[in-house]
Design a protein around this ligand. Structure first.
Ligand code: J2J
Length: 542
């Protein structure tokens, strides 16, 4: 009946309960509390619309009741793909209320990613938008429907047919009385987060009510959220950072208000900050750079902004120092992951810690191991691989036993693939990574995923995707290709990837053609060497 997932060992679960990290309440309690205490307070500002907590609760209940009346409930999963609109949160809470576990795909995802998620969760429900290229016609919906033997309920934004119009399902409760319904038990899966990944297939992270709710409550406290908080959500709403660190859920928990922006474009965001007196925002470093460039002409618009959180990718110290100077607000560095562990610099930390570290873990029970090449812990100040377990760090990817065996040790520590060092104060500094991933302005690209798609092209004999430095995004991707066809062109390969329906951000920014891919002593592609070769190739001589 419940969605399967790898549980925490009993002993640790008992400990997490005894410390009141796990309070055995469903995530829907966040909304329940606000509906009772401040029903009329604004919960979401979305364009010209403002939704009160009461409205958010009522609309999500309408949708939940209709889904239940349709026969959906605990054990069922949903594939959701919505842009940054109020409907994202309405649907999120509706699915929690009905006990349906969603995957919230990014709006930039296309056929390749959506199909991979659908194959894994076998959804009974699809919630998406007609505005998205995938859902303008019936083709893709038809193929999902076929995968599910016709058992897929489809709800779309901007849909004319009331039977499958999301707005229609949200607007009113179903006729008659919906059968009793409720969320899944607090120890069970509430929804799936997306992994940045390093493997061929994008992996899913089961998150329980208990573990996620703890990370949200504790994050809200660390960030001092109150009913006066007005949070600008300019990153994709479903991403772990703007959803839970403390993100929209933290803001709802505190009774504050989420102001939605379609993306982090500075001028539109500055106008929203001015108009709605936004107090806090969260950004990836590449977006901060754009804000830093645009801000000097718009300082007045930013007067209400007290705190800027920055995370998701490497944030150079020199840029960190500019945040208070140019944006006139406090900086908080955030180093987190959809798998669990989140680190914050604290609001009362000395500037030096805030500028030079990525913070310390949320919980006293976040266990951190930093191990050297021999697998043994390294002393503070030395770099090693980050391994962690704790009250809100998952214990296994969904239906991925082989990959789980690679990234967990026998004690249940998860190896995130990050290279970090710990300061004497217990703060982490992210210094690199060992996972085969490109971090393109905070958007994660699994090298293997793109490589296997490139290899489907008849002219590609070998392919390796590696990161190249980029002043705006931090990193971009370069595909190194070995081909027998000397006339092969980047455009053809790009078209090939596009025809496979891969998200745009995964398309290689550059292509480089080689006679062979260099190998390490173990016979694996030597990506370090490739990165160095490419750095020389793409850096103009002085
Ligand atoms: C360097 N690398 C970082 C940082 C994440 C809060 C904030 C971010 C995420 C996130 C998140 C970094 N400096 N400050 O989920 O709740 C890289 C690391 C990490 C990976 C996780 C949250 N902050 N990273 O970015 O699941 O490599 O989560 O392992 O998308 O991003 O990516 P993701």
């Amino acid at each position: 009946m419940n969605v399967e997932f790898q549980r925490w060992p009993e002993e640790l679960a008992a400990h997490y309960r005894s410390c009141a990290y796990w309070i055995d309440q469903p995530l829907t309690r966040i909304l329940d509390q606000q509906r009772q205490t401040r029903p009329a307070a604004p919960a979401i500002v979305c364009g010209e619309r403002t939704l009160s907590y009461d409205a958010l609760d009522r609309l999500s209940s309408n949708l939940a009741a209709r889904l239940v009346a349709k026969g959906l409930g605990p054990g069922d999963t949903a594939l959701v793909q919505l842009p940054n609109l109020a409907e994202f949160y309405i649907a999120f809470f509706a699915l929690l209320k009905a006990g349906i576990a969603p995957v919230n795909a990014l709006y930039s995802h296309r056929r390749h990613e959506m199909t991979a998620y659908a194959r894994q969760i076998e959804p009974k429900l699809l919630i998406a938008s007609r505005q998205h290229e995938l859902f303008r016609t019936e083709d893709f919906i038809g193929s999902l429907q076929e995968m599910q033997d016709g058992a897929l309920t489809v709800l779309l934004m901007d849909e004319a047919d009331p039977a499958s119009s999301l707005s229609h399902w949200i607007e009113s409760a179903p006729e008659g009385v919906a059968p009793d319904y409720g969320p899944t038990p607090p120890g069970e899966v509430a929804f799936f987060q997306l992994s940045g990944g390093s493997t061929g297939t994008p992996k899913l992270i089961p998150r329980t009510h208990n573990d996620y709710d703890y990370s949200v409550r504790a994050s809200a406290e660390i960030c001092d959220l109150t009913p006066e908080t007005r949070f600008l959500c300019a990153l994709p709403a479903g991403h772990n950072f703007p959803l839970s660190s403390p993100g929209a859920l933290g803001v709802f928990h505190a009774g504050g208000c989420v102001v939605l922006a379609p993306n982090p474009e500075p001028l539109a965001c500055f106008e929203l900050i001015r108009k709605h007196k936004v107090t806090m925002a969260g950004l990836v470093p590449s977006a901060v750079n754009l804000w830093l460039q645009a801000a000097p002409d718009h300082r007045n618009a930013l007067e209400s902004l007290k705190l800027l959180q920055v995370g998701g990718a490497h944030f150079p110290e020199s840029h960190a120092r500019l945040v208070p100077q140019i944006l006139g607000c406090k900086l908080q560095q955030v180093f987190g992951m959809a798998e669990g562990l989140v680190n914050y610099t604290r609001l009362d930390d000395p500037d030096e810690l805030v500028f030079t570290t990525q913070g310390r873990p949320i919980s006293p029970d976040d266990e951190i191991k930093i191990v050297g090449e021999d697998g043994q812990p390294v002393p503070d100040g030395e770099t090693g691989r980050l391994a962690t377990r704790g009250p809100y760090t998952f214990r296994g990817y969904f239906r991925s036993p082989e990959h789980n065996a690679d990234v967990f040790d026998e004690d249940g520590f998860y190896y995130s693939g990050d290279l970090v060092c710990r300061t004497g104060e217990g703060y982490l500094r992210v210094v690199g990574r060992v996972k085969d991933q490109i971090n393109r302005g905070g958007e994660k690209i699994a090298a293997e995923e793109v490589e296997s798609l490139l290899l489907l092209h008849p002219d590609v004999r070998e392919a390796a995707l590696v990161a190249i430095q980029d002043p705006a995004l931090g990193e971009k991707s370069c595909a190194v290709i070995v081909s027998d066809n000397s006339c092969i062109k980047p455009l053809a390969l790009r078209r090939h990837l596009m025809s496979l329906g891969v998200a745009d951000y995964k398309l290689p920014d550059r292509f480089s053609f080689a006679d062979a891919i260099p190998l390490t002593a173990f016979g694996k592609p030597d990506k370090k060497k490739l990165r160095m070769d490419l750095a020389q190739k793409f850096t103009p001589a002085l």
